[in-house]
Design a protein around this ligand. Sequence first.
Ligand code: HEM
Length: 563
Amino acid sequence: MFSNEHDTDSIRFQVVPKPKEATVTEHVKLIGFVFTLLNYAARGLIFGSYLIFLFVFLQLVRISKAPKDIPWVGLKNRKFLPKLRACLSELWVGQEMLDEGYEKYGKQNLPFILPSMLWNTVILPPSNATWIAQQPDSILSGNTTMEQMMGLGYLTHGPNAESCRDFTVIRKDLTRQIMGLSNQVHEEIQAAFDDELAGVGEDGWTNVKLQKVLLDVSFRAGNRIFVGLPMCRDKAYKKAVDRWTAAFGMSTMMLRLLVPEGLRGLFLSAAAIPTKFFERRAARFFLPRIEERLARLKEGGTGIKGEDNDMMQWIIDQNATKADPRELEPANIAGKMILFNIFGKCTPKTKEHKLTSLPATATTGVQSGNTMFNLLTSPHALSTMPQLQTEASQIMPQLQHDPRQIREMTKLDSLLRETLRYHPMTPQGLVRQVVKPGGLTTPDGVYLPEGTHVHSIVKNMHHDLDLFGAGADEFDPLRYYKPEQKSAVHISSDFLPWGLGKHACPGRFFAVHLMKLMLGELFLKYDFENLGEKPKPVRLGDMEFPSEEAVVRMRRRKGNVGA
Ligand code: HEM
C-alpha cells in the first residue's frame, strides 16, 4: 500500500508541474477558440437568417404582383403561405402541377399561374400559341427572357447582350451548309461510335451506357464543325468546355431557383467570376487560331475558303460586318463559339449530381437518347426496329456520294418527330415577357400587366385526346410515316417542341440532320435488345432526361452492313 502511494507520488512528481501550467494556457486558448467559433457561428446564423428573410420577403413581393384574376395551381392542402410553398415545391413536384393546370384550365381555354421560383408564370392555353409567336419583341419579348434566364451580358462574352443574341451564323451559315458539311460530320460520328462501342461484338450482347455514348458522340460531331479536327477529339478541350458548362449551368440554375429579382445583378456579378474564368480556360484552345485568322482578315483576306469553312470563320465574317470594333476582339469571338455549345435551355443533373446546362450538342445527344429509350420500351419496337434497320441499310451507304439522300429516311424522320411530340425536351415553351408599357390583352380578353411572363403548354397539349384523337397519349414511332408526312423540323401551333415564330429554334435543321446520322449509324450497324421498362430518368422539375447510367444491350450486326 505504502509503496504503492510512494510510487504514485513519484509519478505525480515527475509529470504534474509543467503540464499544469500548460493546461491552464491551453484551457484559456480553447475557451477563446470556442468563443471565436461561437461568434462566427452566431454571425453566420444572423447573416443566414437575414438572407432567408430577404429571400422570403422578395419572393412574397414578387408573388403579390401576379395578375389577380388568374387562378393558381398547386395550392391544394396548403394553408400557410400556400403560393410561396407551391413555388418552392416546383423543385420536386415535377409534371403534376402542369397536369392539374391543363386539366382544370388549359383544356377549357383558360390561363393559369404555374408556381415557379423564377417568375410569376402565366400559362396561356394552346389556342394562344400562334398569337404569342406573332407578337414582336417590343410587345412580348423572347429576348428579355433569354437575358434573364442565361444572365447574358454578365455570364457571357462581350461586348453586350445584344451581341450574344446574334444567331445569324446558326440561321444562315450552319443551316445553309448542312449538306456541304455532312460528310465531315458523318465521318466524325462513325469514328466516335467506333471508339465508344469498340467492345461491342457480333457474338453476344454487350451492356452499353447508351445515353453517355450519345452525348460524347454528339459533342464530337457538333464540334467537328465548331472547332474542326483534331480539336473536336481532344479530351482536354472537351473537359474545358464541360467545366465552363458546369460553371455556367450552376450559375443559371441558382439564378433560376434561388435568386429573387432584386438580387439578380449582385448575384450575377459574383457568378461571372468563375464562369469567365472557365470561359477563358476553354478559349485558350483556339484563341491563337482566331488571332491568326483576324491577322489574315486585316491583310485583306476575307470570306470562307477551303479549310476555314467552320463556325469560327462564320463568326469572324459576320462580326466583321458590324460597326462596333469590339466585335472583332478575339475573346469575344471565342466567347461566342463557347456560348454556341450551350443552346437548348435545359438543365439536367448528371450522375455526379452536378448541375450542368445543356450544350447545343448535348440537346441533340439527349433528344437522341429520348428517341432510343422511347423506341426500345415501346410495344411497337419489335415491328419497327427491323424497318428502321432496313431503311438505314438502304440509305446510309449512299450518303457519302449524295448526302441529300438522308431526306429519304422517312421512317427515321417519323421516329424523331414522334419523340419530339411525345417527349419534348421541355414540357412548356414559348417563354416570353410582356414588355409593352401598360400591359397587353390576349385575344380571349385576359389582361397581362407589363412585366408578366407567359409560357405555352407543350407536352400536355401534344398528348390531348380531345385535340388529336385516340392514341395521342401513346408513343407510335411511325405515326408520321405517311404520304403527306410532315418532317421532324416542321413547326406549327400544334407541334411546339422547337418553339414557334421568330424565336423558333434556328438549330433544328442541324440538330435533326445530326440525330439522323447518329441514329442511322446505330440502326445500320447494331442490334438492340428491347427494354421491358424505361430506366429511371433524371428529373429536374417538370423535365425528364435519360440517365447516363441507363444500360441497354447491344450487338454488332453480322455481315457487311456498314463497312
Ligand atoms: C434536339 C435538339 C434541340 C431542341 C429540342 C431545341 C429546342 C429549342 C427551343 C424549344 C427553343 C426556344 C424556341 C422559342 O422560344 O420559340 C430553342 C431556341 C434556340 N435554339 Fe434550340 N434546340 C435544339 C438544338 C439546338 C442546336 C443544335 C442549336 C445550335 C446549333 C440550337 C440553337 C438555338 C438558339 C440559338 C435558340 C434561340 C433562338 C432565339 O431566341 O431566337 N438549338 N431551341
